[in-house]
Design a protein around this ligand. Structure first.
Ligand SMILES: *Cc1c(COP(=O)(O)O)cnc(C)c1O
Length: 425
């Protein structure tokens, strides 16, 4: 598509947008009495308008049914999580049984590493992207230490080449092959939180399996953002949070994926709890642990039903939108439009004032653009904020802007372009 830097053009794209009515399904914070332009769904998605009603439903059942709420009422709490797995499995590209919701993200990363990080004296290393989200770095380092290894030795981080921001797939694959004899696990983000780079998960998984290691992904910035095919790509395991692109509230419930080929893999350790016990026999309270078949067998504790209700509200909006495919189609256009407007400023000023470090190819990125500001970076960010644009700031000079297809419009993208241009003028 050829884009134009005019309000009329943006308005026309909005009019043609099959998802244009979805904005009204979200509650938008105000700035000086006006709705903000919220480009921060990569950190915390907006509140779905129906969320409060879903949670109220749980309050009501609790009030009226007490403990019976687990078995009675419209949505019994026992098995409530199964109402989510259908939609969720579509979002991450999995079979229903390969997905469940439990705990929060870093907790799940640890639990999955209990299963999939199986170091031996000879093979104990983990390959990860350099500059991963700090929580992942801490989690992996502490896992290595827990098994008696020095993280400096056990964890191999791979960085972009000198002068580059983006990791080349060929370099990732080469690193995997180079360490073929000592890697047991390759654990990458699906999308890097800082640069917005979407990794080639299929190729990484293939190369990892070739050397006999497991491949796992942290999908925090990928789930609900790009089209994923965890099952078809043969990924061993994955986890994600629900509060970024899945709008399920601060600290919302996390999700996990375990490939069905591991359902009966007796080599895997797992930490067990009663909620992972076979549901049909859970209340017999027997002594030895019989896990539920599928990802649900990794659950430990009674589901936090309030969080599940928030997640269900948000996922129901995803369903109404037709799932990830139509969302992604709009998302690619929104982001390409933002990119066009930003590059237009650079062209007109004859200077790369805003250097987009996120990959140019749409298959190598999600909705987020990470912009290195050549000058007055913090002032530019503050100017956006003062003008009602919520983005997010990363030291030392990066502004991340994430137009999301559910509640952002082309007109908003146009506005952000206009404000950025005004900040330079
Ligand atoms: C957001 C994010 C987290 C946050 O983890 P929590 O346990 O939910 O606090 C972890 N890892 C990545 C890659 C993230 O983007």
């Amino acid at each position: 598509m050829t884009y134009q830097n005019t309000l009329a053009f943006a308005t026309q794209l909005d009019e043609q947008d099959p998802l244009k009515d979805f904005q009204s399904k979200f509650l938008v914070p105000k700035h000086k009495g006006k709705d903000v332009i919220y480009f921060c769904g990569n950190s915390l998605g907006l509140q779905p308008a129906i969320a409060q009603q879903y949670v109220s439903g749980i309050f009501n059942n609790w009030k009226e049914l007490g403990i019976e709420g687990f078995f009675a009422g419209g949505d019994p709490w026992l098995g409530y999580h199964k109402q989510l797995t259908q939609t969720l499995s579509g979002i991450v590209g999995a079979k229903s049984e390969e997905v469940t919701v439990m705990n929060s993200l870093t907790v799940n990363l640890h639990l999955l590493m209990v299963s999939f990080y199986k170091p031996t004296q000879k093979r104990f290393k983990i390959l990860m992207e350099g500059g991963a989200f700090p929580s992942d770095q801490y989690a992996l380092a502490s896992q290595a230490r827990f098994h008696g290894y020095d993280p400096k030795e056990a964890i191999i981080e791979i960085f972009p080449r000198e002068g580059e921001f983006i990791l080349r797939t060929e370099d990732i694959l080469e690193a995997i092959n180079k360490h073929a004899d000592d890697l047991v696990l390759v654990l990458f983000g699906g999308i890097n939180y800082y640069t917005g780079q979407c990794f080639d998960m299929e190729e990484i998984t293939k190369a990892t399996h070739k050397i006999g290691a497991y491949a796992g992904f942290d999908l925090a910035h990928a789930a609900g953002n790009v089209v994923l095919k965890m099952h078809d790509w043969g990924v061993d395991f994955a986890c994600w949070c629900s509060y970024k692109y899945m709008n399920s509230g601060p600290g919302g419930i996390s999700g996990i994926f375990v490939n069905e080929k591991h359902f009966n893999n007796k080599d895997l350790n797992r930490f067990a709890g009663w909620w992972g016990y076979r549901e049909d026999e859970r209340f017999l309270m027997t002594q030895d642990f019989k896990p539920e078949i599928g990802a649900a067998g990794w659950q430990l504790s009674t589901s936090p039903i309030m969080l599940l209700a928030l997640h269900k509200a948000a996922l129901d909006v995803f369903e109404q939108a037709g799932g990830i495919i139509p969302l992604r189609t709009k998302s690619e256009q929104l982001t390409a439009y933002l990119e066009f407007l930003i590059n237009g400023i650079n062209q007109d000023k004859n200077d790369e004032l805003f250097k987009i470090i996120t990959p140019k190819n749409k298959q190598d990125r999600g909705c987020q653009l990470s912009i290195v500001c050549k000058q007055n970076a913090k002032a530019t960010f503050n100017y956006l904020t003062e003008n009602g644009v919520i983005g997010d700031w990363r030291e030392p000079n990066v502004i991340r802007l994430a137009p999301v297809p559910l509640y952002n419009s082309f007109k908003q993208v146009f506005e952000v372009g206009r404000i950025l241009r005004a900040s330079v003028d």
